[in-house]
Design a protein around this ligand. Structure first.
Ligand code: HOZ
Length: 430
């Protein structure tokens, strides 16, 4: 496979964009490579600038539940485009969007649209602080909630991938109200409550961690967080930017049967356009301006093109509830194929999966938190990544991200992926 044109474009990009990319993980730095420049996505496939074709398991880092460019989203966008691109004024589509989110996610009674997952999480924290009148919040090691200053403390995703989980540029003042606990370890949370009496406004958690690889929370852990928040007048925020509409139509909270007070969304909710949202209990949401005093705003929030794509995506989900069993079947087939091969190789690498989100960790011990995840052999992962890439399989260029399957992945593609996996593992494990 030839990557000459992508390499040339990367050199050019580096002259005008820091690191040649607009988001760090996609630079392929942690796998010692140079990124592919993409020209087209169709279904589960992507084509790069050199004309190479790949089966894509990133799916734009989560949004493409139905593969790239599905006709129903394309049609909705074309129709919306006829009427203009942005008004900075309310539209009827925004109401439809809010109604759909409320219908699909039972804990959400009101919702506000924003432009990204980062905006959603930072707004949710401000809202929780404004609502409770308390300053601090708890996050978990290895969870990633976007790049607002006070989240970049023991953060996952690109921050973890590039080895800078605590970013320079975040002041002490900004960091001091962020309390960090261990994922799946309720005692570490109790401890923080003991030491910060009546000061904790919120707990924010990815109910299925997706930014230290895929690490699902234990049900008892989430139940204990729910109980604690009820007892301590603390807002439980589920960051479902990745899991929302991905693991079930009602997200991780449907899978676990636990309701959050506030939920943040991104990715699928925008049907591939830049959209985020946060929503939850009416009583909390009505603390937001212009009803209440907590300020939050955005010129492009509820943008008509973004709303058209989002409504098309959520309507498709609502009308096709069977997609989740289809995704489960496909993803479990691939998981079993990988596991069978690992057995043949006498390896027992940890594999975590919830529905169409999965991750194989290059470590033989179970992965239930950040410390377990970072035991992975990232050099071996880099070899695996390149082995798969040259066989036409496009995976996340980092051990600490998820593999996403869409409804557009055909059985034939899954078989091709399993074969590429066998050959790659033989090559890298010797
Ligand atoms: N934060 C994303 C992964 N969890 C990466 C986004 C990107 O590079 O596009």
């Amino acid at each position: 496979m030839n990557f000459d044109k992508s390499k040339r474009l990367f050199e050019e990009a580096n002259k005008v964009i820091p690191g040649g990319v607009n988001s760090p993980v996609r630079a392929f730095k942690s796998v010692n490579g140079t990124p592919l420049f993409i020209t087209k996505g169709e279904g589960a496939k992507m084509i790069d600038a050199d004309g190479n074709e790949f089966i894509d398991y990133i799916g734009s880092w989560g949004p493409h539940l139905f593969g790239h460019n599905p006709l129903f989203i394309k049609n909705a966008l074309t129709e919306a485009l006829e009427n203009g691109t942005s008004f900075g004024a309310p539209t009827e589509t925004e109401i439809k969007m809010a109604q759909l989110v409320i219908e699909l996610v039972p804990s959400v009674e009101m919702v506000r649209m924003v432009n990204s997952g980062t905006e959603a999480t930072m707004s949710a924290i401000r809202l929780a602080r404004g609502y409770t009148g308390k300053p601090k919040f708890i996050k978990f090691e290895g969870c990633y909630h976007g790049h607002a200053d006070y989240f970049l403390i023991k953060a996952g995703s690109g921050a973890l991938t590039l080895g800078v989980p605590n970013s320079p540029g975040v002041t002490e003042g900004n960091a001091k109200d962020t309390l960090v606990a261990r994922y799946n370890d309720i005692d570490s949370v109790y401890d923080l409550f003991d030491k910060n009496k009546d000061e904790i406004a919120a707990i924010i958690v990815e109910p299925i961690g997706g930014n230290m690889g895929v690490v699902p929370a234990k049900k008892e852990f989430l139940q204990a967080l729910r109980k604690l928040c009820d007892e301590q007048n603390c807002v439980l925020i589920f960051d479902e930017v990745m899991t929302g509409f991905r693991v079930a139509k009602g997200g991780a909270q449907e899978v676990y049967g636990i309701n959050a007070d506030l939920t943040t969304f991104g990715k699928i909710i925008g049907g591939g356009l830049p959209v985020g949202a946060f929503g939850g209990k009416k009583e909390i949401m009505e603390t937001l301006a212009p009803v209440g005093p907590v300020y939050q705003a955005g010129t492009l929030s509820g943008n008509p093109l973004a709303m058209a794509a989002g409504v098309a995506a959520l309507t498709h989900i609502k009308n096709n509830p069977d997609i989740y069993s289809e995704l489960e079947e496909k993803a479990s087939w691939l998981e079993n194929a990988f596991k069978e091969n690992l057995n043949q190789q006498n390896k027992n690498f940890a594999m975590n999966r919830v529905g169409s989100m999965s991750c194989m960790f290059f470590t033989e011990t179970e992965v239930t938190n950040f410390d377990d995840a970072v035991k992975s052999d990232t050099k071996l992962y880099a070899d695996y990544f390149h082995g798969m890439l040259k066989r036409g399989i496009y995976l996340a260029p980092s051990q600490f991200e998820a593999m996403f399957i869409s409804t557009a992945h055909s059985n034939e593609m899954l078989e091709k992926t399993a074969n590429a996996h066998y050959e790659t593992m033989k090559e890298i494990l010797g």
